[in-house]
Write a protein that binds this ligand. Structure first.
Ligand code: ZN
Length: 370
């Protein structure tokens, strides 16, 4: 019996799954296991541990060989909805929080996903996408600002359980306060240049500060993309330590901030969770992509992070095999960690059992609500 055997996993950051029409699309499977752009050679993605593991997951479930041709045939013959459901059930998923800011084409809607998997699914509001939508609806900075405030203020009422910012992707995590006059000028420039995508640092920073008090009021946490991502992100600007000014600004206001992914800055993230009272972190994406290092990466986050500040997430999308692996690596990593701290660090068994529940779903429950 392992520490993690009986606990459900609530995945607080993930994306939608591809529909059954794509059931035998092994290229989609390979592509969802990398952050590489579409022109990156497929043959190299296939020479990764995580791809080999994903083939093994599918083969085991379908009772066939972990090779592409037999797998394609088995996937074509399978009841794909039942296959997805079994993989999620076997991995012990209890709930998903979906970032709707990135949805693969040909994906199930949230309602369909809930139906297919038989578990609850909740949306997370992406701030930049919302701001861009508001931009398209507005004729002036003032209109845009009012509409954005309206959208974010209604987030909880509209069913969202949290918000997410991808400012790390656009201008980096060094978020500074920006006055309204400057933001307004940047907005006008954006309009004049005919841009649809928010990419100006001052406007992006203004937006995060505009949203934060509205989220605090509704007790909605704000997730930040940090660390690892596709090459669109400047990984140097994604170091969560850059959030210091922002974290200091809201440290006394019961603002809850979640550092997503964090790899390769999982130790920096662990440090931040250990000194700021509202900061949480995960190692999603590295679970499962960094397969052979996933357990070590999780352990490095846990060196400093209190067990009340660590969450499970997969950041998976498109294929169920990716979710299965993330769940498997997380359980393995936590099992090893808890056994070690009980055996070598005087942690009582009852405390370890409690920690297993905390990281798997109780911390998410406290953050996002039941
Ligand atoms: Zn994601």
């Amino acid at each position: 019996m392992g520490w993690m055997d009986a606990v459900p996993l609530w995945d607080h950051h993930c994306h939608a799954l591809l529909r059954e029409e794509e059931r035998d699309n092994l290229e989609a499977l390979a592509r969802c296991l990398t952050e590489a752009p579409l022109d990156y050679p497929l043959r190299d993605i296939k020479k990764t541990v995580v791809y080999q593991e994903a083939l093994a997951v599918a083969a085991q479930e379908l009772g066939t060989q972990p090779e592409e041709e037999p797998l394609r045939r088995a996937l074509r013959a399978a009841d794909y909805r039942a296959y997805c459901r079994r993989l999620f059930q076997n991995a012990g998923y209890g709930r998903l929080y979906i970032d709707t800011g990135y949805t693969p084409e040909q994906a199930w809607s949230l309602t369909e996903l809930q139906e297919v998997l038989g578990i609850s699914v909740y949306p997370i509001l992406r701030l930049e996408t919302t701001a861009e939508w508001c931009f398209r609806q507005s004729g002036s900075f003032e209109e845009w600002r009012t509409l954005f405030i309206q959208q974010v203020s209604q987030a909880r009422q509209s069913g969202y359980r949290g918000a997410k910012s991808i400012v790390a992707y656009r201008s980096g995590l060094h978020i500074m306060p920006v006055d309204e006059g400057t933001a307004s000028r940047r907005w006008e420039e954006m309009r004049q240049l005919g841009q649809q995508r928010l990419q100006q640092a001052e406007l992006l920073n203004y937006l995060v500060h505009l949203a934060t008090p509205l989220l605090i009021q509704q007790q909605l946490p704000l997730q930040f993309h940090t660390g690892y991502g596709d090459p669109d992100t400047d990984l140097l600007q994604g170091n969560p330590l850059l959030l210091r000014v922002y974290l200091e600004t809201y440290a006394q206001q019961d603002h809850r901030v979640v550092l997503l992914h964090t790899y390769p800055y999982q130790r920096e993230a662990g440090y931040l969770t250990s000194v700021y009272r509202g900061v949480y972190a995960d190692v999603s994406l590295a679970l499962p992509l960094a397969a052979s290092g996933a357990v070590r990466i999780l352990h490095e986050l846990l060196e400093l992070a209190p067990l009340s500040r660590v969450l499970f997430a997969s950041d998976s999308h498109s294929r169920p095999e990716s979710y299965a692996l993330a769940g498997q690596f997380f359980r393995e990593g936590m099992d090893q960690f808890l056994s070690r701290v009980v055996g070598a660090h005087q942690v009582r068994a009852s405390v370890a059992a409690d920690w297993a529940e905390a990281v798997s779903f109780r911390n998410a429950e406290a953050l996002y609500g039941t």
